[in-house]
Design a protein around this ligand. Structure first.
Ligand code: ADP
Length: 753
């Protein structure tokens, strides 16, 4: 075997590498070859032994974990082989466990290299081992050392140098590992410092973040508080505003009620006297009650025209304010278009005729609309009235109705001046009138405003097509309604009336008053005799046998009118002679009770007096004296107008000035019919009606209601079911009332016959 000293020159140094992993073997081999060594590789212990015998290598480097024989056993085998035992063996081991070191010592390994090895370290170890090999070979002393480790006994027989080497290599390894550890520790310290710094930085950042978050939370809390405070303030404000609103609402409600009350009072208070003005001016114009000169006639006509204008203005204003306040209720029913057209045309035809205009109507028969009959007619009246009013003499006006898109379309067309496009919107505003019509034609500018709202209340739209100088067409559509069987429009023969010059005794102690009455009567063709001695009047009447007597009630003694009246009625010769009480006292009921046939209040109104006389004379001499019509009306002038109207038609009339009187009179004797006002002192018309309908005796008593009250829908429907007819003072009612009276009473007579 060659001496390693000789082979320090690496040429010729033969190293056997025992390594089962070819890559590791190759890696180690190339390292060693690069360092100038000759290298043989054996893949296992068996091969290694064979190679060792064959080559006698300078050094064996063996892995430990190998298939088959491991590194320790290989080493032990070599060391116990006489031929091989001097070859130094380096075991490549992890040396991580004390057992490994002991095993290495036991197997007689010469050196240990920790795996994974540092290349430089490996080479230096090889050199060191080879350099000291000779010296070691000289040391023959083998020590036997017994070592107990982990409860096991190990006997190490390695040479001192071998143990030293092993320990040194272990120590070196430990130093190396220590150095490594120190480096690692330094690294770790660095890392830990870095970590600390990081932690510090992160902590600082976190602290800053937390502080910021705290500030943000604080801010949020503050904002929340602020918000809460504001919400509380706003809630308080809202509550205050609500309270204010409630107050306002109740004020508005109160104002609304007040307005309602005001409207209903005004409508009553304004219309009542106006009715008297209209009624009397109409009677004055009637030539039957005497003639006026042309100027007086004109004045009366002015009174009548202005009264009518005022009434329509009042009606319009009240209507408009009711509509605006949303308080106009419609009594919607099936309304026959033909009937409504007929009534409206009938009412307005005289106006058209005055202007020589032609009025025509076109409609499909059997058309019905869903509408409030009165309001529907009001709309037609307004539109047709305007057409007549604004169309010049000789023009043509047409009223048409047809089915269109499932609705009834109504057109009111005229050949008038037309309306410029820029004015077409404005004419529907309240009080707006075209300049051209302002001065010459009467009107208030309310008609179209009301008409449009009425149409809208019915769910329709009022439209206009017009071109200046080409006429206008106002149109609207209403829903179609099913046909209903109309009221019995039975025409009865008109009442025959007789008239002959008659003798009338005027009992009046005031010569001037007597003379006035006498002249009023004689101017109407009566033979009037004045008696100014009340104490003899009954006697004179018995002798004279007049056809009627007028009697003053307040005469000077010795006999006043009441006494004369009862004398006359007691005396069979004069008991049936009609007595017309003419007095300043308005005690109709008492008069009626004492047998007065008529009651005229002073100052004597010629028409009223003549009407009373006429009534008496017409009803006198009938086989069975007709039962009177009871007029229940608290407004004296209105009562008188009605009385006049009825007596002029030959009806006997009794009057009651309040509900209590009416109740008493009906209880005393049943009238033929009652004309009933609703707003009465003491007992209201509604109450009377309810009482009469509840009693079998009066259940069928015909009642006409004549009122200026604004009726609610319920009131109206109640009246329509419990009375024969309903007339409103705000509309011309006289003619309609008389007609209806004829109808009802004649029907009654027919039925009785
Ligand atoms: P009034 O008839 O009281 O003036 P309306 O409101 O009914 O008020 O009408 C407003 C205005 O519209 C009238 O003053 C008139 O200038 C115009 N007008 C209405 N109808 C017609 C029509 N058929 N032809 C021409 N102008 C009309």
């Amino acid at each position: 075997m060659k001496s390693p000293r000789k082979t320090l020159n690496k040429n010729g140094i033969d190293i056997l590498v025992v390594e089962d992993s070819p890559t590791q073997a190759e890696q180690l081999k190339s390292l060693l070859v690069a360092s100038g060594y000759t290298v043989t590789v054996a893949a296992n212990a068996k091969q290694a032994l064979a190679e060792a015998h064959k080559r006698k290598p300078t050094l064996i480097i063996s892995d430990i974990v190998m298939p088959g024989m491991d590194g320790y056993t290989l080493c032990k085998t070599i060391k116990s082989d006489e031929k091989l035992k001097d070859i130094p063996v380096i075991l490549v081991t992890s040396l991580s466990l004390p057992q490994d070191v002991l095993k290495g010592l036991e197997c007689g390994a010469d050196h240990f290299i920790r795996k994974p090895y540092d290349e430089k370290y490996l080479l230096s170890r090889i050199q060191y081992l080879l350099a000291n090999w000779e010296m070691r070979r000289g040391e023959k002393l083998r020590l036997g050392v017994e070592i107990y480790f982990a409860g096991q006994r190990h006997f190490v027989t390695a040479a001192r140098q071998q143990i030293l080497d092993l320990l040194i290599s272990t120590y070196e390894e430990a130093v190396r590992i220590n150095a490594e550890l120190s480096a690692r520790e330094a690294e770790l310290i660095q890392l830990s410092e870095q970590l600390e710094r990081n932690v510090e930085e992160r902590t600082a950042a976190l602290i800053a973040e937390i502080a910021q978050r705290k500030r943000a939370e604080e801010e949020i809390r503050r904002l929340n508080e602020d918000l809460e405070r504001r919400v509380a303030e706003r809630t308080a404000e809202l509550a205050a505003a609500n309270k204010q609103l409630e107050l306002r609402n109740s004020e508005v409600e109160r104002a609304g009620k007040f307005k309602d009350q005001f409207l209903s009072t005004m409508s009553h208070e304004l219309r009542t006297p106006l009715n008297a003005v209209l009624g009397f001016s109409e009677l004055l114009a009637d030539e039957r009650y005497g003639t006026f000169n042309e100027r007086q006639g004109r004045y009366i006509s002015h009174i009548h025209t202005s009264g009518k204008h005022l009434l329509s203005l009042i009606n319009d204003i009240l209507d408009l304010s009711k509509i605006e306040a949303g308080r106009l209720e419609l009594a919607v029913e099936s309304v026959r278009v033909e009937t409504a057209f007929g009534e409206v045309l009938g009412a307005l035809r005289p106006l058209a005729e005055k202007k020589s205009q032609t009025l025509s109507q076109h409609m499909e028969t059997g058309l019905y609309v869903r509408a409030d009959a009165t309001r529907f007619k009001q709309v037609l009246m307004n539109l047709l009235g305007n057409a007549i009013k604004f169309t010049p003499e000789g023009g043509h006006i047409e009223l048409a109705a047809r089915l269109m898109e499932g609705q009834v379309r109504v057109d009111v067309r005229d050949t008038g001046p037309g309306i410029p496009p820029e004015e077409q919107k404005r004419i529907f505003e309240a009080f707006y009138r075209l300049r051209q019509s302002g001065k010459t034609t009467e009107g208030t500018g309310l008609g179209l405003a009301i008409t449009r709202r009425l149409v809208e209340l019915h769910g329709g739209q009022l439209g206009l097509e017009s071109q200046p100088s080409q006429g206008s067409c106002f149109y609207f559509s209403l829903p179609v309604a099913p046909a209903v069987s109309g009221s019995l429009a039975r025409e009865t023969a008109s009442r025959a009336r007789a008239g002959e010059p008659l003798r009338i005794l005027v009992i009046e102690d005031d010569p001037a008053a007597g003379q006035l009455i006498q002249s009023q009567l004689t101017s109407s063709g009566y033979a009037a005799v004045v008696c100014d001695q009340p104490q003899h009047s009954a006697e004179i009447a018995a002798e004279l046998q007049p056809d009627a007597i007028t009697l003053d009630l307040l005469m000077k003694k010795p006999a006043n009118g009441w006494e004369v009246l009862s004398q006359l009625k007691r005396d069979p010769r004069t008991a049936s002679t009609p007595v017309i009480v003419v007095t300043v006292l308005d005690q109709r009921a008492l008069g009626a009770l004492l047998g007065a046939d008529e009651y005229v209040v002073k100052p004597v109104d010629k028409v009223a007096l003549l009407a009373a006389v006429e009534r008496c004379l017409t009803t006198r001499g009938g086989a069975s004296p007709a039962r009177p019509i009871l007029v229940v009306e608290d407004d004296a002038p209105t009562s008188e107008v009605i009385t006049e109207l009825l007596t002029a038609q030959g009806y006997a009339v009794a009057t009651a000035a309040d509900g209590a009187q009416a109740r008493a009179q009906v209880a005393a004797s049943l009238p033929e019919l009652v004309i009933l006002d609703l707003l009465l002192p003491k007992v209201s018309g509604f109450q009377l009606l309810a009482e009469w309908r509840a009693s079998p005796r009066t259940a069928d008593l015909p009642v006409f209601v004549l009122t200026s009250k604004d009726l609610s829908r319920e009131e109206e429907s109640y009246l329509r079911t419990h009375t024969e007819s309903l007339f409103r003072k705000q509309q011309p009612w006289q003619e309609a009332l008389v007609k209806q009276l004829h109808r009802v009473l004649n029907l009654g007579q027919l039925e009785r016959a």
